[in-house]
Design a protein around this ligand. Structure first.
Ligand code: NIG
Ligand code: FE
Length: 407
């Protein structure tokens, strides 16, 4: 056991509701505070003096500066296993071509698939680690990583194995998701539903047997997989015991309804969601994940985060780091920008990248500083936690603890 402190402020983000709006008045701030940690977990959070009095013989990890402590961030949607660059697509987009036009001309996701297929497993591990360590240095202690740039049996398995190996070496926990249903690969002989059948028959059993992932994703969109084929696919995957998540309502609506109908843990993107979709998500247990990095990357509207919260939904925010639509990979910056445009309270934005984002990964053991939770913590060089979002990501954490150990 050890006591870490004193921190000028601790913002535990504990005991807050999972769904709906959050007012900053309800946010607890503990001043001159400490955390009691045993091995990987938090035992108690209180004022430093009280912890010291109660646990007299316990060693202290002394904090000498004025620091504000918050839970580690959870980036619940990334595609950081890829090779190559899509700078050419970017140049075309800012000259007026749309994401979909570029994809139809052979660029887009397919471009990255071709480049990623050429790369060895060890090179993939290296590229994941490089990006995961950058996210970690900016406070993300849990990072979801999707496959989806292999789109054939061996390449998808190579990516999932690379994510598993990278997880052994990374500072953050990496949670993998199979996104073999990203788009219909141009070299597959068969239609959409043949391809989804192939995933179920050839890929899913191996993933299950080798425990390569516990989650499946699908891109539901007119240019990717249609609602009618997506639903039976997701139902079969769910029956096999996997958690579901959906790339939904990015350009056109429909995906969010698929996600809710199939009981997905999250529906991500939602830039095109309207009143109907918002109401549906709000009534459900499906987490609505906003990806402001994709809006910024593509010059598209932001996810209606304010409306989702007002309607009662659970809102998370993730970086979507990928080479096409969201190459920035800076979660805190993106969350702060979305907050400014959508008028999110600081509690809503911080919750969306901590305990609410954990929900999108079906995790309840992290994302808050409370007894029993994993001691994933980050401290910022300020005596006012509001500085963290105010500086829009330019203030970085100066100390990060993963499972109670300072990294
Ligand atoms: O979340 N929309 C689909 N997938 C990714 C983009 C992938 C890419 O363009 O390479 C996304 O935006
Ligand atoms: Fe994505």
């Amino acid at each position: 056991m050890k006591i870490i402190g004193p921190f000028t402020q601790i913002v535990p983000l504990a005991d807050l509701p999972f769904k709906g709006r959050l007012n900053d008045d309800a946010l607890t701030v503990i001043y001159d505070a400490g955390v009691l940690v045993k091995e990987h977990n938090i035992v108690a959070v209180d004022t430093f003096e009280k912890l010291r009095r109660e646990y007299t013989a316990t060693p202290i990890e002394h904090i000498h500066d004025k620091l504000a402590l918050i839970p580690g961030f959870i980036d619940c949607h990334t595609h950081i296993c890829y090779a190559g660059s899509r700078a050419k697509d970017y140049a075309s987009r800012v000259s007026g071509k749309s994401y979909l036009e570029i994809a139809q001309a052979g660029g887009g996701i397919w471009n990255t698939v071709r480049q990623t297929r050429l790369v060895s497993e060890s090179e993939l591990i290296h590229s994941i680690l490089k990006r995961a360590e950058k996210l970690f240095s900016e406070g993300a202690t849990t990072i979801e990583v999707k496959s989806g740039y292999g789109l054939e049996r061996n390449a998808e398995l190579r990516i999932l194995k690379a994510i598993a190996s990278a997880n052994q070496l990374a500072s953050a926990d990496l949670i993998s998701t199979c996104l073999a249903a990203h788009v219909l690969p141009k070299d597959f002989s068969g239609d959409e539903s043949d391809y989804l059948d192939f995933i179920i028959a050839e890929l899913m059993p191996v993933i299950k047997k080798e425990k390569l992932s516990g989650r499946f994703d699908i891109f539901v969109e007119q240019s990717a997989f249609h609602i009618k084929t997506a639903i039976p696919f997701l139902q079969q995957v769910k029956t096999a015991g996997f958690d579901l998540t959906v790339h939904a309502d990015q350009f056109t609506t429909g995906g969010s309804k698929v996600a809710v109908t199939c009981g997905a843990v999250s529906a991500d993107h939602l830039e095109a969601s309207g009143e109907h979709e918002i109401a549906l998500l709000a009534k459900s247990a499906t987490v609505a994940v906003a990806l402001p990095g994709a809006s910024l990357g593509l010059g598209m509207p932001f996810t209606p985060a304010r409306k989702l919260l007002d309607a009662g939904a659970c809102l998370a925010i993730a970086s979507d780091w990928n080479p096409g639509s969201a190459p920035m990979g800076q979660l805190l910056t993106q969350a702060a920008i979305l907050g400014a445009y959508e008028k999110l309270s600081l509690s809503e934005t911080l919750s969306a990248i901590t305990f609410r984002a954990a929900r999108a990964l079906n995790l309840t053991d992290r994302g808050a500083i409370a007894p029993g939770k994993i001691a994933d913590l980050q401290a910022y060089p300020t005596d006012d936690y509001r500085d963290i979002l105010y500086h829009q990501g330019s203030m970085k954490p100066c100390k990060i603890w993963k499972k109670g150990q300072q990294i």
